[in-house]
Design a protein around this ligand. Sequence first.
Ligand code: PEP
Ligand code: MG
Length: 416
Amino acid sequence: MKIDRVEATTIEDTRGRPTIEVTLEAQQGSTLHSNSQGRTLLRATASVPSGKSTGSHEALELRDSESGSVEQAIENVQFEIARAIMGREFASADELDAFLIELDGTPDKSRLGANALLAVSIAAQRLFAQAEGVPLWRAIATRAGTTPKAPRLYVNVMNGGAHADFKLPFQEYLLVVEGKTSEALPIAHEAFKKLGERLSSTELEASGVPMGDEGGYAPTFSDLQQPFKLLAELVQEFPGTSIAIDAAASELYRDGAYHLLDKTYTPDELLALYVHAASALPIHSIEDPFAENASEDFTQITAALGDKILIIGDDLTVTDPARVKKAAERKEINAVLIKPNQIGTVKETIEAVRATYAAGFAAVASHRSGETSDTFIADFAYGIGAHGLKAGGFAQSERVAKYDRLLAIEREAGAV
Ligand code: PEP
Ligand code: MG
């Protein structure tokens, strides 16, 4: 395939921050939909999300230092990347990604920007799927060598941590819903609504429940147990559901201790808290229970709870195949969060998935806290047969779009 048009522009994410959107065009040999030269125009657009509680080992999201805009990243796409890829023959999306990685030439994508590269990489993956005449999820499955299947829904019902001014200690309180999307999604919506009613009936939130960055409720509790109690009630009412948390503990760690509400916890005390929670509550998974460099604490919690629940690495592994392998050697986790923009190309994201599966771990695909309407992550989750998809709460249409895309995929998959 030869790409003959590259365009990049700025759009705003759910936090109102600029991010990058790329459109690629290519021509394909003559088919039914050919133009007057006997060729078909292929066109694909992609935009990239942005994290807030980012791991320090993530690939670099290029932002202009003073304004926080992405003008330099856009310029990199429109000039250097466009000039390098236009008119060149690429046999596969993998070949194009390998070319992008080499063009950037840095280990952390800091020269051209992981945001610039990923937008091109995702748009290119879409072009190749179009050229092959297959749905995006199918093209991803073929590329990754995986068996497609519907992921569990990881719905973020309460936001805390860095996503809601630390009004709740942990960053994400999620409801995990099992089953096919068309059955799981109505259950998740109903549970979300119920929780909202309950929160707004408390004295504290009588004037309306605030919402967090990821489209879930952002209530204030001075008691660590209260959000868990509410979630446990929901799980009781809605069969096929369970609780997940993303502690995002790198954000809680200062001066050798973890700060949760007004208390400090040593790593051992925090471990005891998790062990107790996992025995008392229907907990399915805990993500980033400790700070990103606390290797031994990860190994300890996985030894203690790994046969019962998932211990997911996010800041720890940053979708980097090498870091996933290292985490496997050290037995730090038994599941990996997969976020394409932590590494910067679809190719390397798939390599991280391969490393995850080679270790016998589960993969949970994830959006970012600053999202766009792009639904690539839903196709990716389905294509790799992910254990789950974390796509946020229902108060933002950018999150709902991912769940709706899973519904569409279910229909597509049923039709073939
Ligand atoms: C996360 O930590 O899992 C997350 C989605 O948040 P962010 O995008 O801010 O890293
Ligand atoms: Mg996380």
